[in-house]
Design a protein around this ligand. Structure first.
Ligand code: NCD
Length: 288
């Protein structure tokens, strides 16, 4: 089984993956006894996604190989396909890949004969992140249907926003977007943060994706924080049971105030923990 894009999974399959992740959270044990090797191929920087896939593999008793893009033959002009094929030939049982190109996996499907787990493609998809977001939401509210979410920030350049908007709408949630006008995405329900803040169940913040911008941001950090950042004043207007999420890395005092990061409504570190269980479920299903 490949995990490339959540569009390839039925709603039932998505719920099954979340159930399996919940089982791992509750102590389900699987031990491959070092007989399976997962290769982590990250062509873009990553802390959480990379090392939580690694941790998930280790917890399942797999061994891992961690590709160092900076010191690899990429520097000698080697292609993505040739790099991935190399790890397949080494004997890896699955590959986890993050790459700057949208839908990079299309050039691999049918030619790579081990499961591919997409750890993020450009501004396109980030399926494992969405699944861990969904797990966190389900744990909190016990359902998806009828929940309201606002995704705030650099929506245009965010694969997290793109993946979440689609899957959340499919699961019956209403998704609004907010943030700087220049990151407004066509076809989304774009709203003023201060008008929606007291009406939503989830406030999901995004980092400004400077590395994907052709021109630097118009607003200064202070302006961004004042206009679109989640500070305590805004948190205090949120519904009683509403929660704050962020895929991280977060920039303190830009999209989120320092004292909001670990406030009682924040589930940011819980998301990180859930990421390991979701990735255990994905690796387990991929290896089956
Ligand atoms: C995100 C990513 O890389 O897409 N981070 C993550 O995987 N947790 C978001 C980001 O980089 O801002």
């Amino acid at each position: 089984m490949n995990v490339l894009n959540l569009d390839d999974f039925s709603t039932e399959e998505i719920n099954q993956i979340l159930d399996l992740a919940e089982e791992f959270k509750n102590g389900k044990q699987v031990d491959y006894k070092g007989e399976k090797v997962i290769a982590n191929l990250f062509f873009e920087p990553s802390t959480r996604t990379h090392y939580s896939f690694d941790m998930a593999a280790l917890k399942l008793g797999c061994k891992t190989q961690n590709f160092d893009a900076e010191n690899s033959s990429l520097k000698k002009g080697e292609t993505l396909y040739d790099t991935v094929k190399t790890f397949e030939m080494f004997g890896a049982d699955a590959v986890v890949i993050r790459h700057v190109e949208n839908e990079y996996y299309k050039q691999l499907v049918g030619k790579i004969n081990i499961p591919i787990l997409n750890a993020g493609d450009g501004t396109g998809n980030h399926p494992s992140q969405s699944l861990l977001d969904l797990l966190t939401i389900r744990q909190e509210f016990g359902k998806f249907e009828g929940l309201k979410v606002v995704i705030v920030g650099d929506v245009t350049h965010s694969r997290v926003a793109h993946t979440n908007m689609k899957i959340m709408e499919r699961l019956g949630m209403t998704v609004y977007t907010s943030g700087p006008e220049e990151y407004r995405e066509e076809g989304t329900k774009f709203v003023d943060l201060d008008e929606i803040i007291d009406k939503v169940d989830v406030v999901m913040l995004l980092r400004v994706q400077h590395e994907r911008h052709e021109h630097s941001m118009i607003e200064t950090v202070e302006e961004y924080h004042k206009l679109h950042g989640l500070n305590m004043d805004r948190v205090n207007k949120m519904k009683e049971n509403a929660i704050i999420m962020h895929p991280a890395p977060f920039n303190r005092n830009v999209e989120i105030a320092d004292d909001v990061v670990e406030c009682s409504k924040s589930r940011i570190f819980k998301q990180i923990q859930n990421g390991v269980y979701v990735r255990m479920a994905l690796i387990y299903k991929a290896l089956k």
